[in-house]
Design a protein. Structure first.
Length: 274
């Protein structure tokens, strides 16, 4: 079952609402105007509610509660607003999927996105782009579960038997979530850098080309999967030194403290928005 076959069923997926797509374009524009963003955001009740909830959360709440989108946008600032719009668009597009625990899915997605942003900060790379890449990195899984839930269960059985997710997906589907996710992101008109990073997240080096963003995604995903099993700082450093992306990205041992400090923040954010 090749990528083209799965993608031929893309019409089964919900569409990102026009106002949300316009809002995503607006917040990712270099010349974004906060008043324009507030006006556009007010046109989508779900995103407006999530913005208000997040602005009054422990992460951003300072003093009195805010009750309007205008106040929330000012309190949060453009960076978190970009984050929230991207996240809310995806969460609204996929409200329910058979056989997939969406609470766990979004918890992991937000955690990887938060890790991506922190790693990007260490590397002095674009943090907002890294967060968005983290939010989009596993959208291929949503396509698989939506179109072929029975085959998604077979993938899980292979993973339980010890295969990695891309290995299991290749066995069952003859493609994987990275390739599918890249194609899906392209169909949704995301930037080429994001599309390529998603598609090559399992292989950041393609010929003579190296995608730092793809390496950040893969590294962050591995951290989310393994970090809590590492008992102390020495175990974490040993594990890091065995990760190809750790070396490729030029990270150092200070990343241990960075990860420890933000561990769990993504899942908390997801919980506040679900």
């Amino acid at each position: 079952m090749a990528t083209a076959n799965l993608l031929s069923h893309i019409d089964k997926l919900p569409k990102i609402p026009k106002v949300v797509q316009e809002l995503m374009d607006l917040v990712n524009s270099d010349g974004s105007d906060m008043n324009q963003i507030s006006e556009k955001m007010a046109m989508d009740q779900v995103i407006s509610a999530r913005v208000l909830r997040l602005s009054n959360s422990a992460h951003f709440g300072r003093g009195r509660s805010v009750s309007s989108v205008d106040e929330a946008v000012i309190r949060l600032g453009l960076g978190p607003i970009r984050t929230l719009v991207t996240a809310s668009a995806l969460m609204s597009t996929f409200p329910k999927i058979e056989g997939l625990d969406l609470n766990a899915f979004w918890g992991s997605t937000f955690e990887v996105a938060t890790l991506c942003k922190s790693v990007a900060k260490e590397l002095k790379a674009d943090q907002n782009e890294a967060f968005t890449a983290g939010m989009l990195h596993n959208i291929g899984d949503l396509l698989i579960y939506t179109v072929y839930p029975d085959k998604a269960q077979k993938v899980e059985l292979h993973m339980e038997a010890g295969k990695t997710k891309p290995e299991a997906q290749q066995i069952v589907l003859n493609t994987d979530n990275a390739e599918l996710g890249g194609q899906l992101a392209r169909s949704w008109k995301f930037a080429d850098t994001l599309v390529d990073a998603i598609a090559h997240q399992y292989g950041a080096v393609q010929g003579d080309n190296f995608s730092q963003l793809a390496a950040i995604i893969n590294f962050s995903s591995k951290v989310d999967d393994k970090w809590d099993d590492l008992v102390d700082g020495e175990a974490k450093i040993t594990w890091l030194n065995h990760q190809l992306e750790y070396s490729m990205l030029g990270l150092n041992e200070s990343i241990v403290e960075t990860i420890d400090d933000i561990r769990g923040a993504g899942r908390e954010m997801a919980d506040s928005l679900l």
